[in-house]
Design a protein around this ligand. Structure first.
Ligand SMILES: C[C@@](CO)(OP(=O)(O)O)[C@H](O)COP(=O)(O)OP(=O)(O)OC[C@H]1O[C@@H](n2ccc(N)nc2=O)[C@H](O)[C@@H]1O
Ligand SMILES: Nc1ncnc2c1ncn2[C@@H]1O[C@H](COP(=O)(O)OP(=O)(O)O)[C@@H](O)[C@H]1O
Length: 287
């Protein structure tokens, strides 16, 4: 059996770091949304055991494995399955970019194999397997826009986000998530962040835009600040770095305005530009 799925990227409309935990991770309060920029993942089941992955564009240390392969290995072991899988990833999401591409690939492999092998594992079981691979993996399995707390794995649905368009600009800088958290200067712990309430207006979204990691990454890479200013000059109602960076998104009310700004931004050599909209829904996305 062979099937192809789409693994969407995400953006963080807000990211508050509440404090550091004893295990080295950080407690967070974030607003997360999946968006229409996708890796394409093809899975082919094999009779014999073993997981292979082909993923041009992601360079790993010799001791590191592709997170999609790890997801397949963990799921097959959990299910006690003796079959194998060959995975081919057509990587479209910029890597180490604050867009969660690796976590989304892992989530998609978990959901896809659950479906292809008819394992009937619950969302909760998949999320429990996923969080051991990456803090953002449960969010990608959840599927809906969410208020994410804990390490990013405790999810509450956000219902009323207005239908917006985003222009993403990746300035070609790879940022390590561990580095960004490691360089954050935390003051006192703050647990008072409330779930934002949204109306149908753009303003209710721009009002929440905030990222505690932005200062860390922009401090090291000033070009990210330039991208933010350029987006605003081209008519974005607001702009923010996503996750640990380096991708910045600008918020637009309509597709035409977003595309117009994107044409200007594409002139800059080295910048990758995408016009995207939110993606909402449960289960793996079949191609
Ligand atoms: C910052 C965020 C925001 O959505 O996204 P990205 O920029 O990675 O896309 C996430 O918190 C990233 O989640 P994810 O990328 O899945 O993290 P993991 O692989 O589990 O962790 C990578 C490293 O980040 C740090 N980390 C991650 C999550 C968290 N709540 N606290 C942390 O301190 C730890 O140093 C960890 O070793
Ligand atoms: N399938 C994958 N896609 C992207 N990165 C991967 C993948 N598998 C392993 N990685 C490793 O994970 C790191 C973080 O990747 P990524 O998920 O793109 O970052 P971010 O969450 O910041 O957008 C990469 O630098 C790479 O070393």
């Amino acid at each position: 059996m062979i099937k192809t799925y789409l693994a969407p990227a995400k953006i963080n409309l807000c990211l508050h770091v509440l404090g550091k935990r004893a295990d080295g991770y950080h407690d967070l309060a974030m607003l997360m949304q999946r968006i229409s920029l996708y890796d394409r993942i093809t899975l082919r089941l094999t009779a014999g055991p073993g997981v292979t992955v082909r993923c041009a564009g992601v360079s790993l240390n010799p001791e590191q494995e592709n997170i999609a392969a790890l997801a397949a290995q963990r799921l097959l072991a959990f299910a006690g399955s003796s079959i194998g899988v060959d995975i081919d990833i057509d990587k479209q999401i910029p890597v180490a970019a604050g867009l969660g591409g690796g976590s989304s690939d892992a989530a998609t492999v978990l959901m896809a194999l659950n479906e292809m092998l008819d394992l009937k594992l619950s969302t909760q079981v998949l999320q429990d397997l996923g969080v051991k691979l990456g803090a953002d993996v449960p969010f990608f399995i959840y599927g809906h826009p969410a208020w994410a707390t804990g390490i990013g794995d405790v999810l509450q649905r956000i219902e009323k986000l207005p239908p917006l368009w985003y222009v993403l600009v990746n300035p070609g800088i790879a940022v390590s998530t561990a580095w960004a958290y490691g360089n954050l200067r935390l003051t006192s712990r703050r647990d008072d962040h409330k779930i934002p309430r949204f109306s149908s207006t753009l303003d209710s979204v721009t009002a929440v835009l905030h990222n505690d990691l932005e200062e860390v990454t922009v401090g090291q890479h000033s070009e990210i600040g330039k991208v933010k200013r350029r987006l605003t000059a081209l008519g974005a109602a607001g702009s923010l770095m996503s996750g640990s960076g380096s991708t910045v998104f600008g918020v637009f009310a309509g597709k035409a305005e977003a595309e117009e700004a994107a044409v200007q931004l594409q002139q800059k050599p080295g910048w990758r530009v995408f016009v995207v909209h939110p993606v909402d829904g449960e289960g793996p996305i079949k191609c």
